[in-house]
Design a protein around this ligand. Structure first.
Ligand code: NDP
Length: 393
């Protein structure tokens, strides 16, 4: 049952205040040689910098030579800080790390100060849906508004990019591909009323409303990035829902798998999308779905099975019987949601991503394989004695 819950939570799916302690410069190696840097960007704030998606964005920014300020909840947590420091050592950009918490509005003023651009990715993405929706909704919504208010007060911010999610356009439809014109309707119930989905929907809606409410003199540009379920190599190798789902498949954590589908996207394309949304003039004011293709969970297991079953890993290919889910749905909310999306393949229109941002998505099936290899090589998934390494490179 746990996997069913976690998968629902991850149809695309924690917290302690701390005071700001000021920028801690962890790398300053100069960036004059970076060719692809946009000179209008003087300093980029990346919130939740140690997260799976954000650390990949930080890596891209540093590689391009940008000056990046990343927020973490605690500078004294080496698991979160050290991987970022090591990215900074290998790249031409400059990285500062500061403390800030979505639940502590006062921490954002100093974090934003002096930044020209803000990429707001921090938001809880737990493996399982919390019983109390407020645990995810409050930091997502209040935190987003705190970041935006700090941007207004700072007066230096030109553009803010917020990481939303396909969860904010809808998660189960069959009649047509969903587009940026769509918004999730929690009154449909099922997965669209799950706490994580609501957290993403409300945070994005409140953000647009806040920007709209600003006087012209206070306005800054704003856009949102809406990724599908993110897979692909992790640069920080820290626990995250995306990594945990792939690990679970690889070790055969669920003998019976659900007949459900997601839209998938490579983390490198998601990072690219954030940077394009930060710099491209034409991206301002818009939402962008960032997806490759929709695949069933079994397709994903099969992809990993074909690459890894002779290397000591055991992704399951056996579908759970529908009847079991129907019976469980009589008394379990997660099973009820699962029952609603059983066999449904929702698709998303990624033409804006291609046409406006100029991103041709990587094949997410290769992204899954690259991710599994990186997780094994970095020790997130235990190395099997039969592991031979990449078949192609
Ligand atoms: P991670 O869990 O790896 O990253 C989430 C980040 O948010 C972490 O850095 C976490 O900090 C930070 N965070 C959570 N709560 C707080 C808080 N109260 N104060 C400050 N920071 C906080 O998840 P992902 O990288 O996967 O997700 C990043 C963003 O992308 C999220 O907005 C998520 O909704 C969105 N997204 C993710 C998808 C995916 O499939 N991975 C799909 C679509 C959207 P800490 O490390 O201290 O916990």
């Amino acid at each position: 049952m746990r996997v069913l819950r976690s998968l629902l939570a991850s149809v695309d799916i924690i917290l302690k205040p701390r005071s700001f302690v000021g920028p801690a410069v962890v790398s300053r190696r100069g960036n004059s040689s970076a060719a692809t840097k946009d000179e209008n960007v003087s300093r980029v704030l990346v919130t939740g910098a140690s997260g799976y998606v954000a650390s990949c964005i930080v890596n891209e920014l540093l590689t391009k030579g940008y000056t990046v300020r990343g927020t973490v909840r605690s500078l004294s947590n080496p698991n979160k800080v050290d991987p970022l420091k090591s990215l900074a050592e290998r790249t031409p950009g400059t990285l500062e790390l500061v403390e800030a918490d979505l639940l502590s509005p006062e921490t954002w003023k100093s974090a934003v100060e002096g930044c020209s651009h803000v990429l707001h990715t921090a938001s809880p993405f737990p493996f399982e849906q919390p019983k109390n929706a407020e645990e995810v909704v409050r930091p997502a919504v209040d935190g987003t508004l705190s970041v935006l208010r700090a941007c207004k007060e700072a007066g230096t911010v030109k553009r803010v990019v917020i990481t939303s999610s396909v969860a904010s356009v809808g998660v189960y439809h069959t009649t047509r591909p969903l587009t940026e014109e769509d918004w999730t309707d929690p009154s449909r119930g099922g997965p669209e009323a799950e706490p994580y989905i609501i957290s993403k929907l409300m945070a994005e809606k409140e953000a647009f409303k806040y920007i709209e409410s600003l006087d012209d003199k206070d306005k800054f540009e704003f856009c949102t990035v809406l990724p599908g379920f993110v897979i692909g190599p992790s640069v920080a190798n820290q626990a995250a829902t995306s990594l945990d789902i792939v690990k679970r498949i690889m070790v055969g954590g669920d003998p019976l798998i659900p007949n459900i589908a997601f839209t998938w996207v490579d983390v490198r394309d998601v990072a690219d999308a954030h940077i394009k949304c930060m710099t491209l003039k034409q991206a301002a004011g818009q939402r962008f779905l960032i997806t490759d293709k929709s695949l069933t969970y079994r397709d994903v297991c099969k992809q990993l099975y074909d690459e890894f079953h002779d290397q000591g890993y055991s992704p399951s290919l056996r579908l759970a019987p529908r009847l079991v889910i129907r019976l469980m749905s009589l008394f379990d909310n997660a099973a009820r949601s699962m029952n609603l999306v059983w066999g449904v393949v929702t698709t998303y229109d990624n033409s804006k991503m291609k046409n406006v941002l100029g991103i041709q998505p990587r094949d997410c099936r290769q992204g899954l394989i690259d991710m599994a290899y990186s997780l094994i090589e970095n020790g997130y998934i235990e190395k099997s004695p039969k592991f031979k390494g990449r078949k192609t490179s």
